[in-house]
Design a protein around this ligand. Structure first.
Ligand SMILES: [Zn+2]
Length: 277
């Protein structure tokens, strides 16, 4: 067990149907297998994170393989950076419904059968789906700002389109550990945006330098997808930040299209954690 008690920071140990630290703090395991390590007083909403409908939409879209090139690129990064000896730990922060996590876990176990793979997300609905997807990953409800693992305990930390918490990622990574961050490329979903907006703009790609980390390089993944199922178009739209800020008539225009042709583009940035200054 690699998770730590969110109350006192002590190691958690498996006991029947729950996790317990030596000070007696106890966290129940949900029937689907994840454990809730998000303390009620740190929740900002009653049901934080993606709700069940959002999770279902995302699962449907990803399961149909539209973002498989990103999944494959993440897996090959794991293959190249995961230590082949010892018992390395990979943590996927903001893992959602586990589409990428499950695939990375498979790659990790291929490199090193002793590797442990952990996934955390703020959404219970997402982790319920994730825990059903794979038995190779330990999932916990937790915020990316207070990850329930010990300092210097993680070999690879992955973050795919989820909150980026530089200080917390640095805390949990081993010195020399690797941070893999997946972000949208400049032209990602440009075809979708062209339907929604009169003047679509390209995504801004952030500068790469990160304090406390050495930049190892970026991998670009780009392609084109043709979506011919309106339900998949709707699912994709729900996954994007545009779902919150698009005028209703533009949404109707998109959702009445029989097919959508759009570019997809991702960057995977790789960093090595260095000693903090
Ligand atoms: Zn405790």
């Amino acid at each position: 067990m690699h998770f730590c008690c969110p109350v006192c920071g002590e190691k958690l140990n498996e006991s029947v149907g729950s996790l317990r630290c030596k000070k007696g703090h106890c966290f129940d395991r949900a029937r689907s297998g994840y454990v809730n390590l998000l303390l009620a007083n740190r929740m900002h909403a009653k049901l934080p994170g993606d709700n069940r409908e959002m999770v279902a939409a995302r699962s449907r879209f990803l399961q149909n393989g539209y973002y498989a090139p990103l999944k494959d690129a993440l897996c090959s990064q794991v293959l190249s950076y995961l230590p082949k000896m010892g018992e390395p730990v990979l943590l996927d922060s903001g893992c959602g419904e586990g589409y990428y996590t499950a695939a990375m876990a498979e790659s990790a176990k291929r490199v090193n059968p002793h590797a442990a793979v952990l996934g955390t997300d703020i959404s219970k609905a997402a982790l319920m789906a994730a825990a059903k997807r794979t038995g190779d990953v330990e999932f916990a409800v937790a915020s990316a700002f207070t990850l329930p693992v010990a300092a210097g305990s993680v070999d690879i930390l992955t973050e795919v389109f989820s909150p980026f918490c530089q200080a917390e990622f640095h805390r949990v990574l081993k010195k020399g550990g690797v941070l893999l961050e997946a972000i949208p490329g400049a032209r990602h979903l440009f075809g979708l945006k062209s339907v929604l907006y009169e003047q679509p703009y390209e995504n801004k790609v952030k500068p790469y330098a990160l304090e406390g980390f050495a930049f190892l390089g970026k991998t670009e993944v780009a392609g084109r997808i043709m979506i011919t199922d309106p339900a998949d178009i709707a699912a994709l739209f729900q996954m994007t930040p545009y779902a919150y800020r698009t005028p209703p008539e533009a949404v109707r225009r998109l959702l009445s299209m029989p097919a959508l042709d759009t570019e997809i583009a991702f960057q995977i940035l790789a960093y090595r954690a260095e000693t903090a200054n």
